[in-house]
Ligand binder design. Structure first.
Ligand code: KIV
Ligand code: ZN
Length: 550
């Protein structure tokens, strides 16, 4: 007998979900304080629970499973605190989990007494495997258990203010349950609760254990919805776990298959491989132009609080939230990202279209500048992007190549990533402030007999001696080269010249990039920065000359 067997396909040849798309957000229910909490190495204490509850409110959850009060004294006390201290906003419903046992249900009602709006969530396991090995019970006995639980809940709810209690039932381990049996047990529960289109109950169909590919879960949801006679009187809810690593995909396909509500946790914390990660699912919707109804604009802070409460770290590659997800190491990626941002800036286009990025990092409180980090795999685009974002210089292409070669040498030698601040410092020290043999102070235009030429007097320091030198040429740069060649014997040829304003406004700084060829044939860039473009150019020229004199 084989140790593992393929999951049998669902008999649903005319399935409709594959051609549907998600067009609106589901009702979100956070189970961080219950499913997430029960799976922690150190479950949250009262203070952390309150921190988490407040965080969930800030994000915008309107349904929050706050605990399993009959199973835990901490949960009981926490639910009481929320109610007694009036900490639950009027538009928020708390949810509590309970098994189908009379004493536990009574205790649960004690916990929620006085809540303005609460969902009592009943569950029992229904899978073929659990019926056989855990309960050793028949289908009818398991249905009776659920019906008894539903009845006790129904009776106790009558004692609470009308409309304050809603009902939820989960056939736990639904994915391992025959669909016709899942329908039968959910209908038996609904026969007790008698939900209507205006007073709906919730039927939560959990992928307690993810047993198959997500399309199979979608088939199960679609088949259930088609056959379930209380479909219009219930919200169909999903609750996926992540055993195969496809918990998010399963919930997404489950929505396409007809569900309207989703349970999950922040960053997918939960039993074993975790629950559905609501952050990712909601932000996936954002990237499709769907309003998720949840606010992740400060994802860093959300992550910080979640990590504090759960004592678990969010992985570096976790979608949207991980440290590395807006970082491109490959040069071609960096170049494309830089061009994407530049194109958006230039055209003022609103729609986010940047290669390799599905979301604008700024929309979730992250920044452009750490988008690109530089290591030995990086190319000129990434280095140029960092210099522009750190210092405001828009390097001409040849300078991008020259500088990225310098950086590559360093990263090859160190074998590590080079932080943007170090790259910026290297740029300044190489092109703007190289060791100075020659220093430019000022210049003065002089009368020139030749109309085609300009003549200048320059105040400079050469080898620590201040001097006034004069030269004539087609412009100030040419005149400067002639002046220092004549005075100090320094020769060079200007090969290329670029300039740009660094900020908007009449007062802005200008940047000038000068490429010279030294007598030994070496081509060297220098960069100058000044309010006057002429001075910026002269400073750039002097920087290049100083590099040639090194
Ligand atoms: O995973 C699960 O099935 C559960 C139920 C209690 C809904 O957490
Ligand atoms: Zn669960």
């Amino acid at each position: 007998m084989a140790k593992y067997l393929p999951f049998p396909p669902i008999d649903l040849l005319d399935r409709k979900w594959p051609s549907r798309t998600i067009t609106q957000a589901p009702i979100w229910c956070s189970v961080d304080l219950r499913d997430g909490n029960q799976a922690l190495i150190n479950p949250m204490g009262p203070a952390k629970k309150l921190d988490m509850f407040r965080l969930l409110l800030r994000i915008g959850f309107k349904e929050i499973e706050v605990g399993f009060p009959a199973a835990s004294e901490t949960d009981f006390a926490f639910v009481r605190e929320l109610i007694d201290e009036n900490l639950i906003p009027d538009d928020v419903t708390i949810q509590v989990l309970v098994q189908a046992r009379k004493s536990l249900i009574e205790r649960t009602f004690e916990a929620i007494h006085g809540a303005k709006s609460a969902i009592v969530h009943l569950y029992n396991s229904t899978s073929t495997l659990q019926r056989r090995v855990v309960f050793n019970a028949s289908k009818a006995e398991i249905i009776q258990l659920a019906v008894d639980g539903a009845t006790w809940i129904h009776d106790l709810a009558k004692l609470e203010p009308p409309g304050s209690i809603r009902f939820q039932y989960s056939p736990e381990s639904f994915t391992g349950t025959e669909i016709d049996y899942a329908v039968e047990i959910c209908e038996a529960v609904c026969d007790v609760w008698q939900p209507t289109a205006t007073n709906k109950s919730i039927i939560n169909l959990p992928s307690t254990v993810e047993l198959a590919t997500p399309n199979v879960y979608a088939d199960q949801i679609e088949l259930f919805c088609r056959n379930f006679s209380y479909r219009d009187a219930t919200w169909i809810s999903l609750h996926t776990h992540n055993d195969r690593g496809t918990g998010i995909a399963a919930s997404e396909l489950g929505l396409m298959a007809g569900a309207e509500r989703v349970e999950g946790t922040l960053f997918g914390n939960g039993e074993r491989t975790g629950n559905l990660d609501i952050v990712t699912m909601a932000l996936n919707m954002t990237t499709q132009g769907i309003e998720s109804g949840l606010d992740f604009s400060n994802l860093k802070e959300i992550r910080r609080i979640a990590e504090f409460c759960t004592e678990l770290k969010v992985h570096e590659r976790m979608p949207y939230a991980g440290d590395l997800v807006f970082t491109a190491f490959s040069g071609s990626h960096q170049d494309a990202i830089k061009k994407g941002f530049a194109a958006m800036k230039e055209t003022g286009q609103e729609r986010f279209e940047v290669p390799y990025l599905t979301i604008d990092p700024a929309d979730i409180g992250r920044q452009y500048d750490p988008v690109i980090r530089v290591n030995s795999q990086s190319g000129k685009g990434g280095v140029a992007f960092l210099i522009e974002s750190e210092l405001g210089f828009q390097l001409p292409r040849r300078l991008q190549i020259a500088f990225s070669q310098i950086i590559q040498k360093i990263t090859d030698a160190t074998g590590r990533e080079m932080p943007s601040k170090e790259i910026a410092a290297k740029f300044l020290e190489t092109y703007i402030r190289p060791p100075d043999t020659l220093t430019y102070h000022s210049h003065l235009p002089l009368e020139c007999e030749n109309d085609e030429q300009e003549r200048y007097r320059f105040s400079v320091t050469y080898k620590e001696h201040k001097a006034e030198v004069e030269g004539q040429g087609s412009g100030p740069l040419d005149a400067f080269v002639h002046a220092i060649t004549e005075a100090f014997g320094i020769a060079c040829d200007i090969q290329d010249y670029h300039e740009h304003a660094m900020e908007a406004g009449s007062d802005s700084m200008a940047a000038a990039y000068i490429l010279i060829r030294a007598p030994d044939g070496k081509e060297l860039f220098g960069v100058g920065q000044h309010k006057s473009i002429t001075k910026a150019s002269l400073l750039g020229l002097v920087a290049a000359i100083n590099r040639s004199l090194q």
